[in-house]
Design a binder for this molecule. Sequence first.
Ligand code: KPL
Length: 293
Amino acid sequence: MNFAIVGPGAIGSLWASYLTQAGHHVCLWSRSDSSHISIQRDEYEAIQLINNDPAQLAQADVVLITLKAPQVNNVLASIAAHIHPDAILLLMHNGMGTAQVTQQRFPHNPLLLATTTHGAYRPSNHQVHHTGQGQTLLGAANARGTQCEFLVEVLNHALPQVLWHRKIEQALWNKLAINCAINPLTALHQVRNGELAQAKYRQQLDQISTEVAQVMLAEGLDVDSDALRQSINHVINATANNYSSMQQDIAHRRQSEIDFITGHLIQTAQIHAIDVSLNEQLYHAIKQIEQNW
Ligand code: KPL
């Protein structure tokens, strides 16, 4: 198949490498103005991929969008004219809230959403390390998307394990809950994920997870407050040595994904008139840092 990867950061580069290895044709769309980009994964030979070629993009059967959430709308606006009306659009990033604008911009394309737990690290623009095996959950965000379950087999062959999720919002909210708990606190305190296991963070983590669980319940999702709190602890321990993406964004003075993580939670809470005051405090604290740059 022809794949275009829009936003080849760590996860996008990982997929570019595995899809190429599986025999697919992969092109890139990135910030770089080079016509070709080389990607080397772990100890494998580097691959050369065509970059920013509108003709290649127009031939893509699948457009895998691995941009960070705040970039999705602007970048898609700039390339919309080159995307085939039958191309499958697949959004894969932290946070939520981009599906609605993408659906409005591309009302006829099949739209899929995915969340992945694979670990990837990009020490330079041309290298990617696959730092942890994970799972990718894929599901439909519109009616045409429901006809694209076949893509699971294609993607699973390239980078297992890929599973189809009939209610992908559930999986995205489960991940959002973890990001609401870990990302703002690690960014504000500039600590690794594992630091949040300390007793001094327990009460805040309890409250964040209770607030998120109430919003999830109101959204009609399956949620058990204790199980959610446990899964937050599990990720804190499993990724103890990592810096969260928001910690890194704040450390490097890059715009964070707060509007699409805690911001998305707050917007949804407002619809249901649910009090999420601790999440609001954390949201404003991160926005304050960003506005002071
Ligand atoms: O997704 C993550 C992130 O950093 O954005 C977690 C799960 C918190 C791992 O660091």
